[in-house]
Design a protein around this ligand. Structure first.
Ligand code: C2E
Ligand code: MG
Ligand code: MG
Ligand code: MG
Length: 288
């Protein structure tokens, strides 16, 4: 491979690069072992309906219990898991675990699982989801699959067919992190989406910049017009919660309302305690 790039080029190899390469290789080896030994855990973050203040469900977020480094977040290993395609195996574990946990949840609470574009392209996503639904007995309507716009762009539209087949299974398709990267309004029309999650960078700016608030309001209105709901991500303050409510978003998620927690803790803290919104604005929650 180095040869192909021509003589001389391959020799520019600094100590720093060597260090980076070593770190990467070490992480890759650890990750392979972690997937084999299932050193993972899911954290669940609640999602609330803004009108009723009721709990809609939870998003499953992946955590790695690294034997030496302790708890490692997905930002640190999902990219490498995607590059090495380990995410296909890992993602299947996530989906199975989340569906197993979901059937234990009361009522019609939903569970949201993040799907990597690599799973759509290289994993047999449709068969995997179908099998896991059958295995766990979870009502497909209670499963939400979160994909990012990268997944819509990759693989020359073949993912469109995959998403349509997934939707035929009865699950809901959610566009995650909308407003970052290659956001295009045509995606909202072209792909079979049930919900759009508005990225937390917009939510963060909304209270300070009226143009961010206008964008969120426009996206929420457009989504509603197209028959989709909207979740505002990353709600950290009461002002942000009020702002996304005014902007017409349908659901909200963020540290203010609940941090990601192990399943039992997540269920207990959200079902047996009133949400911050209820606590602060009891009268408003009731008048809807
Ligand atoms: P995401 O799907 O957009 O998930 C939301 C992220 O925002 C989570 O970070 C969550 O902990 C964080 N978050 C939630 N509320 C707040 C808030 O109020 N403030 C701030 N600052 N952050 C908040 P996390 O768990 O570190 O996950 C990061 C990303 O990793 C996720 O973004 C998702 O893209 C990816 N990821 C997580 N689990 C999985 C998985 O099972 N499979 C795949 N393929 N990707 C995953
Ligand atoms: Mg997500
Ligand atoms: Mg997101
Ligand atoms: Mg995000």
């Amino acid at each position: 491979q180095a040869k192909a790039r021509g003589r001389g080029v391959c020799c520019v190899f600094t100590a720093e690069m060597d260090e980076q390469l070593r770190a990467r290789l070490a992480l890759e080896m650890d990750l392979r072992q972690a997937v084999e030994e299932r050193q993972f855990e899911l954290s669940y973050q609640p999602i609330f309906d803004l009108k009723s203040s009721k709990l809609c469900g939870f998003e499953a977020l992946l955590r790695w219990h690294h034997p030496e480094r302790g708890l490692v977040g997905p930002a640190e290993f999902v990219p490498l898991a995607e590059e090495t395609r380990l995410i296909v195996d890992l993602g299947e574990w996530v989906l199975r675990q989340a569906c197993m946990d979901a059937v234990q949840l009361p009522g019609d609470l939903r569970i949201a699982v993040n799907l990597s574009p690599v799973q759509l392209i290289f994993g047999d996503a449709v068969a995997t989801v179908r099998d896991i639904l059958a295995e766990t007995g979870l009502d497909p309507r209670r499963l939400e699959l979160e994909i990012t716009e990268t997944a819509l762009l990759a693989n020359d539209n073949r993912n469109l067919g995959t998403l349509r087949s997934l939707k035929e299974l009865g699950v809901r398709i959610v566009l995650d992190d909308f407003g970052t990267g290659y956001s295009s309004l045509s995606h909202l029309r072209l792909f079979p989406l049930d919900k759009v999650k508005i990225d937390r960078s917009f939510v963060r700016d909304m209270t300070a910049h009226s143009d961010s608030a206008a964008i969120v309001a426009a996206v929420a209105a457009l989504a509603a017009e197209l028959g989709m709901t909207t979740t505002a991500e990353g709600i950290e303050t009461q002002d942000q919660l009020d702002a996304v409510d005014r902007a017409g978003c349908t659901e909200a998620q963020g540290y203010l309302l609940g941090k990601p927690q192990p399943i039992l803790k997540a269920v207990h803290t959200t079902l047996f305690r009133r949400s911050p919104r209820n606590r602060n604005q009891g009268s408003r929650a009731r008048d809807t």
